[in-house]
Structure formats: structure tokens, C-alpha cells
Design a protein around this ligand. Structure first.
Ligand SMILES: Nc1nc2c(ncn2[C@@H]2O[C@H](COP(=O)(O)OP(=O)(O)OP(=O)(O)O)[C@@H](O)[C@H]2O)c(=O)[nH]1
Ligand SMILES: [Mg+2]
Ligand SMILES: [Zn+2]
Length: 312
């Protein structure tokens, strides 16, 4: 029996880097479940696992060691099933573009809420700033203001021109970072810019976005030349939140969290209760209306919103 980390998962095969560095393909045996949640992938990239018979060519993952955290979303059309994007991560970079493809704040906020549920720090990287139209620039300025105010660090980057890549690299040193976002936003291009040794496949200009084609098809973890790990993932269209109670939701909006206990009623859901501190802060402009609106959307109909866009 040896221990290792899952660095790639294709669905039927799992690639594991054993403690002493050897990389082997494994299968799984047995049931792996998170309490009551059905997942399409029982073992995720980032999982620390025990491997049986690692030398035989018949290696089997027999156990998953307890996860520190994970990022999970509702997957595919089967809304009852969830997909673990990655586990045991130090931070997530949500890669966003305002054009080609565009982005909704609903998607961003669902992602951030999921990361907050495990207290995983998130940074937002606005990529392709080299190719921004005037209209795109306005949208970008709005998003920068909205998310900076909510307490998130935002970077305007360009993977092709090299803007802010040095800063991004500094943030990644010695950490395990998940890259997530829609398909075609430049996750793999950015990964290559951060570490030239990676050589990941990126989309052709002509097929970028719109056609729903995904260049990266499996999540994969790479060791960085300057120290740390990067997990590149396939683009996602929707981000359905999983396993978050309505009563807890406001705690996962970073800028609401410090105030939720100060409403008149201690079970306040911040909807139409009197003397609600959150609503007062929205009225005074201290919490953005956009974020509050997404709070309400998530509170009322977790399901409908993510079904309006068909998932990958
Ligand atoms: N103008 C511009 N284009 C970029 C930039 N970064 C990436 N692209 C282009 O965007 C397209 C998609 O890039 P990818 O890196 O494959 O995108 P991805 O997010 O990895 O996509 P999936 O693997 O499908 O999830 C490619 O044509 C890139 O050349 C950038 O900073 N500026
Ligand atoms: Mg990619
Ligand atoms: Zn309240």
C-alpha cells in the first residue's frame, strides 16, 4: 500500500503521483461517497489516496484520505448528481472574460459562494484585456468595482500580451491553485503563460467559444517550475450550488458575513424582515445591489437558475 495524489481523472482511469514521485494509472474499487451527495466522480483531482498493488500494473485506489476542502457543482443535465472539480486546494482563480465569451454575475457569485463555503480564497482574473471593446471595458469596470467592493482581489490580465503575469505567478508560489471558468476564457493559455514548461493545448482562435467545444477535457494537476501546483480544468457553462442551506447562504457572501448577526431577528433571512442590517447596507450602497440580487436568486430558486443554461 502506498499513498499518492490524484493528478488526473478521466472517469475510468485515475493518474496518481505516488509519494516518492512515480506516476501510475489506477482504477478504483469500492464505494466512495460524501455524506448523502451523489457525485459523478467519486475520486477527484487533488485527492490524497491509498493505492493497492502499485507495482503490478493493476493498481487500485482503495481509500481516499479525508479532504480538507473541495469545489463541487451540480453537473450535466442530471441535476441530482454533482461533480467534484478538485479537492485539497489552497485557492481558486476564477478566470473571466467580459467578451468572447461573456459572463453573468450569477455564475461568478455561485462560484464564489461555493468556494466560501469551504473558506477557499478566490481571486478573479479578468483575461483578454488586450482585446476589450469600449462596451466590454464598461462591463469590466462595473465588474471590477462590484467584486473589489465585495472584498475580492481582481486582476486585469492578458495571457497573450503578458499583463500582470508576474503578479499572478507570485500569488501561486508554493500553493495549489485551481483554474476555473467558462470554456474559451483562456485558462490553459494563462497556465502556459505562468509556466512556459506546461505546454497545454489551447483552443484555436477560430473555434474559441460559441461552438461549445472544450479544448481541455479533463481536470489535471501540474507541478509548477517555480513551486506549487496548478489544476487546469475544462470550461463549465453553469455552476449549480450544492449542499448549502438557505439559512447559511448569507454567510458565504464575504461582505455580508460580518454583519448577518446584527439584524433585529437572529433568524433574519434578509428578505423583508424589519430592521435588517443587510438590506440597510444595500440601500446605503455598502453592499452592491447586484450581489444582493444574486443572493435572492440563489435563495429562492437554486434550481431554475442553473437549468436555464444547459450545463456542459
Ligand atoms: N486576445 C486574447 N486571446 C486570448 C487570451 N488568452 C487566451 N486567448 C485565446 O482564447 C482562446 C481560448 O483559450 P484557451 O486557453 O484554450 O481557453 P480555456 O479556458 O482553456 O478553454 P477550455 O479548455 O475549453 O475550457 C484561444 O484562442 C486563445 O488564444 C488573451 O489574453 N487575449
Ligand atoms: Mg483549457
Ligand atoms: Zn437581515
Amino acid at each position: 500500500m502506498e499513498e499518492g495524489v490524484v493528478i488526473r481523472s478521466t472517469g475510468s482511469w485515475y493518474t496518481v503521483r505516488l509519494v516518492h514521485g512515480t506516476i501510475i494509472d489506477c482504477r478504483i474499487k469500492g464505494q466512495f461517497r460524501i455524506k448523502g451527495i451523489r457525485t459523478t466522480n467519486p475520486v477527484a483531482v487533488g485527492d490524497r489516496v491509498r493505492v493497492k498493488d502499485p507495482k503490478t500494473g493493476n493498481a487500485i485506489i482503495s481509500d481516499i484520505l479525508p479532504r480538507n476542502n473541495y469545489i463541487i457543482r451540480k453537473s450535466v443535465n442530471l441535476s441530482k448528481e454533482s461533480h467534484i472539480i478538485a479537492s485539497n486546494i489552497d485557492q481558486t482563480f476564477l478566470i473571466v472574460t467580459v467578451e468572447n465569451p461573456g459572463i453573468t454575475t450569477g455564475f461568478i457569485d455561485r462560484f464564489l459562494v461555493t468556494a466560501e463555503a469551504y473558506r477557499i480564497p478566490s481571486l478573479i482574473l479578468f483575461n483578454k484585456v488586450d482585446a476589450c471593446s469600449e462596451k466590454g471595458r464598461k462591463r469590466l469596470d462595473f465588474l471590477l468595482e462590484n467584486y473589489t467592493k465585495a472584498g475580492y482581489r481582481c486582476f486585469e490580465v492578458s495571457a497573450v500580451r503578458g499583463d500582470k503575469i508576474e503578479e499572478v505567478r507570485d500569488f501561486m508560489k508554493g500553493k495549489s491553485t485551481l483554474f476555473s471558468g467558462h470554456s474559451g476564457v483562456g485558462k490553459s493559455t494563462l497556465a502556459n503563460a505562468v509556466d512556459n514548461n506546461l505546454n497545454l493545448r489551447v483552443g484555436e482562435i477560430s473555434e474559441a467559444h460559441s461552438k461549445g467545444r472544450h479544448t481541455t477535457t479533463f481536470a489535471e494537476m501540474f507541478e509548477l517550475e517555480f513551486g506549487g501546483f496548478l489544476i487546469d480544468t475544462p470550461g463549465v457553462k453553469g455552476f449549480g450550488i450544492v449542499d448549502i442551506e438557505k439559512e447559511e447562504l448569507a454567510h458565504y457572501f464575504a461582505e455580508m458575513r460580518p454583519h448577518v448577526g446584527h439584524c433585529k431577528f437572529n433568524n433574519c433571512m434578509h428578505i423583508n424582515e424589519p430592521k435588517c442590517v443587510i438590506k440597510e447596507m444595500v440601500a446605503e450602497g455598502e453592499i452592491s445591489e447586484e450581489r444582493y440580487r444574486n443572493y435572492l436568486n440563489m435563495y429562492y430558486d437554486d434550481d431554475q437558475n442553473y437549468r436555464t443554461s444547459d450545463y456542459k
